[in-house]
Design a protein around this ligand. Structure first.
Ligand SMILES: Cc1cc2nc3c(=O)[nH]c(=O)nc-3n(C[C@H](O)[C@H](O)[C@H](O)COP(=O)(O)O)c2cc1C
Length: 202
């Protein structure tokens, strides 16, 4: 099902990835990630927070994934099931990239006040969740964020990054979201532990 000889041959046919964007400056990297996932054969559904929509447009992700992009708990489409539970049921993996300090705080506290945190809460235990944080170094190193990350790790959430390097705020340090190819490889490593949820129909 999945081959990982090299990145260009990586296949994820039959897998469903729900890509959740929160409002960090690295939202642009998630467009590349969505594109590479689609090229690898995965079905990709995108949910964006209101803040994420300030950085990138749903249209970009609609064009890359060939699917409707979800931005609100209250949005209806052709399918009238609750969006947060249907996305959680669909997902073989949920990827939160970029993950803000805010979304991780909500996840660690069980807050469900928008589509992204509600979908993540509804998916807990139903599929693996991979978090790719990105933020200013002081935000990352704050006791609040570190405590939230520790709690989420304890609960079994998977983390990738953040990396060190140049940050949008003009400093150099830890806080960069890791590059899309690295996130893609980690998604494949996690997915290959199980067949697609809907393997029988693919
Ligand atoms: C220009 C700009 C860049 C930001 N970049 C980040 C970021 O990289 N990481 C982060 O945690 N918050 C960042 N923020 C703050 C978040 O957008 C803010 O906390 C927001 O409420 C997050 O909402 P969400 O988690 O619902 O998407 C940034 C804000 C602005 C105005």
């Amino acid at each position: 099902m999945i081959q990982r000889q090299n990145q260009s041959e990586l296949r994820l046919d039959g897998y469903e990835v729900v890509l959740c964007l929160s409002g960090g400056v690295a939202c642009y990297k998630s467009a590349t990630l969505a594109s590479r996932l689609v090229q690898a054969g995965a079905g990709v559904s995108v949910a964006m927070s209101e803040a994420a929509e300030r950085f990138v447009t749903p249209l970009t992700f609609q064009a890359l994934t060939h699917r409707q992009v979800f931005t609100s708990l209250w949005q209806s489409g052709e399918d009238f099931r609750s969006r947060h539970t249907s996305l959680a049921d669909l997902a073989d993996i949920i990827v939160v990239a970029p993950a803000t300090a805010d979304i991780m705080a909500k996840m660690a506290a069980g807050i469900a006040d928008g589509l992204v945190p509600t979908t993540i809460l509804a998916a807990t235990g139903a599929c693996p969740i991979l978090i790719a944080p990105g933020m200013n170094t002081r935000m990352w190193e704050s006791p609040a964020t570190q405590s939230n990350v520790a709690r989420l790790k304890e609960w079994g959430f998977n983390f990738i990054g953040p990396a060190e390097g140049n940050l949008a705020c003009g400093t150099v340090g830890i806080g960069r979201v890791v590059e899309p190819e690295e996130i893609l490889a980690t998604i494949a490593d996690i997915l290959k532990q199980n067949p697609p949820k809907n393997a029988a129909t693919t």
